[in-house]
Design a protein around this ligand. Structure first.
Ligand code: GLU
Length: 470
């Protein structure tokens, strides 16, 4: 059997963390078994679905690298198919037209509540009677009147629901539009989905859907309902807890690898291992190992993983993500160091890619003025000698590598009989305009020869002017 899974979001908002984790689990279940992963956009709610949400979902999936083999399939393109299956059920008397007016259903509901019984349709239209004129009927599924629906949830274990608890579900509204529980069955059946992995907010729908599969003569897929994600305060994760849209994590400077690793650990584990490459996840994941308990979101752990991946992923992979942040911050990187080199130098020093880009602006843009405090403190007359010596030595240096640059600084410090810091600090201000940057040899390296020499000359001019003004 080929494993086929799907992610079936409703495009009524961005791809949030909970949805992304569901998508990841479904994707992993397919990839772990050389199966197929389908992306289906459940856009039948025309009022709440938006094109922007569809785009946000596609962007989120692409950014996370959760590629699909089939789709995106839009439910709105399948209305003819749903109508066909509704008709089939009507023809086979497995569904029926219901003419009950809203008022009657409301009264029925009120009465049932008063009598302390679970509100459900009483089946008045189950047996054909006089067809009232001028009422457009809905179509109801004829749910089996007795017996139990039993299924073995891959996450939650065995679940049994009495059919007496289940309503004769409306499968098509009076305007002909199909409803969620029905379209999802037709789709999962037609798309030959073998494993439905979704949030446990759908668990109550599953018995109803299983009955529809049976009515259609189809074998229901396996179901795995994953628990929700909680905020640290134990409440369901929401905007209140900070960023919940996946693309917000991109904007905030997280690597997709870090977010994926973080998400997979929300509810799934393998021993006490915390770090999983995507390949490892694919190798080890099984939906059956997902914990049935809700898991809580822990931003510090995500930060830790982000730093871990910034330091350990191939610099080219990190650079590809970093490029987006430079553009986002209006930093033109056409001229300047290779982004991989920036990553190698900065990864240890920052928490996010957003910070990395911000702190690296100086390698691509010439600063206008020295930071006043840094200049006051470090560009003093005594610094002129070491800056001049650095300028002379660097002018003739051909090998612009961190090691060679380190040697030049050592040589100058030794000749002037001062500590490295005495050379480095004025030099840092000369190069970056500020008192903070990576180690001085790496700063020189990233800055490049031309701009390093220009910066030192500028600092020397500043000191000269300062002396003249005294
Ligand atoms: N469209 C549903 C949702 O976004 C998911 C349906 C399903 O996975 O069966 O909640």
């Amino acid at each position: 059997m080929t494993i086929r899974t799907r992610f079936a979001p409703s495009p009524t908002g961005f791809l949030h963390v909970g949805g992304a984790r569901t998508a990841l689990f479904a994707w992993l279940q397919a990839r772990a078994n050389q199966g197929a992963f389908i992306l289906r956009i459940e856009d039948t709610d025309l009022e709440r679905s938006t094109a922007e949400s569809v785009q946000a979902i596609l962007d989120g999936m692409a950014w996370l690298g959760l590629n699909h083999d089939e789709g995106p399939i839009y439910q709105t393109h399948r209305f003819d198919r749903y109508a066909e299956v509704v008709q089939q059920l009507l023809d086979e008397d497995k569904a029926y037209h219901c003419y009950c007016p809203k008022e009657r259903l409301e009264l029925l509901r009120e009465q049932q509540m008063k009598d302390g019984i679970k509100p459900r349709y009483d089946g008045k239209c189950r047996n054909p009677g006089v067809v009232p004129e001028a009422i457009l009927p809905v179509v109801r599924f004829r749910n089996p009147p007795d017996g139990n629906v039993v299924f073995d949830d891959l996450v939650r274990g065995s679940i049994s629901i009495s059919n007496q608890e289940l309503d004769d579900l409306i499968i098509a509204r009076s305007d002909g539009s199909p409803t969620y529980n029905f379209t999802v069955v037709v789709d999962d059946m037609d798309m030959q989905v073998t494993h439905v992995i979704r949030g446990d907010d759908h668990i109550n729908n599953t018995p109803r859907q299983i009955n529809i599969y049976h009515a259609l003569g189809a074998e229901p897929p396996a179901f795995g309902h994953v628990p929700m994600i909680l905020g640290q305060d134990g409440a369901r994760l929401s905007k209140r807890h900070g960023a919940v849209g996946v693309m917000q994590y991109r904007d905030d400077g997280y690597l997709p690898q870090a977010l994926l690793n973080y998400l997979v650990r929300l509810g799934w584990s393998h021993g006490d291992q915390e770090v999983f490459s995507l390949e490892e996840m694919v190798k080890l994941f099984d939906i059956k190992d997902v914990n049935r308990k809700a898991s809580a979101f822990n931003p510090e752990k995500l930060d830790w993983l982000n730093q871990y991946y910034m330091k350990t992923l191939p610099a080219t992979d990190v650079a590809a993500q970093l490029a987006w942040h430079f553009t986002d911050q209006g930093i033109n990187t056409q001229e300047g160091p290779a982004l991989e080199d920036v990553v190698t130098v900065q990864a240890e020093r920052v928490k996010t890619l957003k910070e990395m880009a911000a702190h690296s602006r100086v390698f691509f843009e010439t600063y206008d003025e020295f930071d006043a405090n840094a200049a006051k403190k470090h560009l003093r007359p005594v610094a002129a000698e070491s800056l001049q010596a650095m300028l002379n030595n660097l002018q003739s240096l051909d090998d612009w590598s961190p090691d060679a640059l380190h040697d030049v600084i050592d040589t100058v410090a030794a000749r002037l009989e001062v500590g490295m810091g005495k050379v480095a600090q004025p030099l840092r201000v000369a190069l970056t305009g500020t008192g903070v940057s990576p180690s001085i040899d790496k700063t020189l390296w990233l800055m490049g020869k031309k701009r390093s020499l220009e910066g030192i000359a500028k600092a020397l001019d500043f000191i000269k002017a300062r002396i003249a003004a005294q």
